[in-house]
Structure formats: C-alpha cells, structure tokens
Design a protein around this ligand. Sequence first.
Ligand code: NIG
Ligand code: FE
Length: 428
Amino acid sequence: MRKLFHGISKMWGVAAERGRYRCGAEMGEVEAFTSAWMLVEDGRIVGLGGAEGSYGEDVGAMGEDEILERIDLGGVEVLPGLVDSHTHIVFAAPRHEEFEMRLRGESYEAIAAAGGGILNSARKLQVMSEDDLYAAAADRLKVMIAHGTTTVEIKSGYGLTTESELKMLRVVKRLKQDFDILIKATFLGAHGIPMEFKGEPDKYVDLVITDMLPKVVEEGLADHIDVFCDRGFFTVEQTDRILKAAAAMGLPSKIHANELGLTGGVQVAVANVSWSADHLEHCSEVEIDLLRSSLELEYGGTVPVGLPGTSYFLGIPYAPGRALIDAGLPFAMATDFNPGSSPIASLQMVWALGCTQQKLLPAEAFYAVTCNAARALRCEKEVGALAAGQRANFFTTNTVDAIKAIPYFVAQNHCDRVFVNGEEFLLK
Ligand code: NIG
Ligand code: FE
C-alpha cells in the first residue's frame, strides 16, 4: 500500500542515507527539500524529494496506478518526529512540596540526602497499582506526542525494590504494545539508595545485580541499563560493577553522569562502551577530550546528551553543548521528563533552551533532538531523519521557517499533526 504525501512547502531533516547522524560542524545546517513529497509503503519512507532533487524512489518515474493514496498536507512544513532519548515518565505524582522547598532556598541534593527526591517518588510509586501508573504514563506520552515526539526512551528507577522495578518496566512494556511510536526501556534500579540500605550501599548494589537484573533480563523488560553515577548516589566503582554485570547479560548502557559534580561518570561510561553519557552539567576539557577520542573506538563512541530542562528547573549549570559541538561531537539533548528535576514534556522547549542557554544554533539544536538523539539510542537507522528506509514518523507545522521559529517563539506548541509509520496519530 503506497501513500504519497504532498502539499509540503518545506521538508526539513532529509538525508540521502539512512542512519546518518551529525558530528560537530555537520550540525550547522539542516538539509531540506522545498515543494516536497514523501512516498510511504508499509509504514516506511521509500522515496522523498522536492525542487532540489530526490532520494530513494522517484515519484516522477512512477505510474499513477502505483500510488494508492494521495494525502495533500495543504502547504505545511514537515519535520522528522522528535526523539527523546532520556525520560522518567512512569511516576506516581509531582513533587510540588519539594519545588516550594527549593524556591525557599533548599538544594536538590540536600532534599535528596534527607530522604526526599527520588526516595520520595519511590515511596509514592511503590503503593500505586500498575494500572494507575500505566494510565498516568500513557497520558504523559500523549502530551509528548502532541508536541511532535515519536521516539521515547523510558527508565525505571522509582521502584527501588525488585517488585516495584519490575512493575515499572511492565508499564513500559504495555506502552510499547499500545503505542506505535518507537519506545525503548531502560532498567535504572541504581537510581537511589533506599533508606533500608543507608550506610551499606554495596548491599543494595548486590541486590540490583543478583536479584533485579536477572529478572529484568529474563522477562525481556529492558533494552538498556542505567546508573545514577554521582555524588551522594552511586560511585564509579559501583557503577562499573553494575554495567559489567549488565553487559555480561547482554544489556548495553547509558548512564546519568556528572549532574552534581565532576565525579568520573564520563570515564566509567567510556570504559564500559556506554551508548551515551547523559547530564554533563559538570564537564571539563578532560571529559570532552575523552568523549571525542571515544568516537574512534570500535563501538563508535559515547554520545554526550545534555538535559537543559534539568538545568533550567534546578538552577544548575548547563552542559557545555557549544564546546561539545565545537570538539566535533554528535551532541544530543533530551527532556529528562521526571517529577523532580525536569517536569518538561516538550522537546520543542529543550530545543529552545539549547539555543538560548547553551548557545547552539537552531540547526544544531534540531539535530540534537532528532538524529543525534536517535544515535544515543543506537536507533538512528530507524528514526531521527527523513530518509528512505526509515520509519515514516513526522509532524507538520503551519509555522514558517520552522527550524528557526520553533526555538524562537518559545512556550507554544508548533506541532499540528503527527504521523507515525505513515498513519496520523489521533489523540483520543
Ligand atoms: O535525571 N538525576 C537523576 N535522576 C533524575 C531525577 C530524578 C528525580 O529527581 O526524581 C534526573 O535528573
Ligand atoms: Fe534522568
């Protein structure tokens, strides 16, 4: 069944080859077609083109009878579906009380050390049913999709017991079944040290490795492992143990690194061939050089992922996105959508923060939330760009010159219609 989308004034984020992501200076300009069209078969793009030329199958060379359905989009601009490579959308409730404590001057770290923060979220999640968690997470996912996001990574980490971690990951499994967008699951049992293990964190690490991990793997509930490697949370040594145990069971890693300090997170990530090192609010030349040299290694390198929503909401430094791009790295950004440090669903907002706070050009920030974010999940051949062979996941906008206007006219939703595998996603 072939569908031809036309009536596209501008189609942004096109690529000649499937799976291309962008490093450093390659991020400076967005490839686009004007007066564009896209041919879709079985949910995948098979050809696309415009006034500048075409990639893949050419609609001009095609007989009328070869196209079964024509969809006139009415002169809009089209962008690839955005990719959110780091979220925590399965949670019980917002932490309004901590928001107010922070506004009165208390720090995120101090609140966490006193048993709030992640442990507060865990207490609430442990007593909530799987069905209620599913319903709340599905609602959040719909908001994200309505803002143009069509790939989402979702972490556990508010369970902190075997039972509750499995409960969270089963919610993610149901989301995967019920939504046609691409969803990836990450096991983050090592997100916080439960009160019962205070003073003996290695015992909790043992529980993660010997009890939780085998069950998660056996049920096929995770695509990756994650650890909150930072001051007051898990040490480099504990992180290394967990990542090695997970790798032995076939799980690749992506970790929380250097949110609260220069704590060795990047070093342990690169040593464990992690797909990404996320946060990096603290990141010196040493870390930047190490990330750059990792690109030459056999595994292809660790993607630096900035989470500017967290910096905005907590008032902490921003990851040095500008310096990471200038060093030639495939910088990516994600929402970190969670109830404690980044209650932000929209990658359009992250795109804007990347520009105003990290001095990224609009084009650079666009690549950071599309193909480079896909690379952080090693799914750049599936999503993140409009290229033959990739999923027909895209959104339309009536905003003109969208790449520049989206981060400029901030705090509004520029996304009008969302298509997933070539079908319109209708919010119920
Ligand atoms: O990425 N830093 C660790 N985890 C989350 C926040 C978790 C929370 O505060 O609930 C983050 O910021
Ligand atoms: Fe996070």
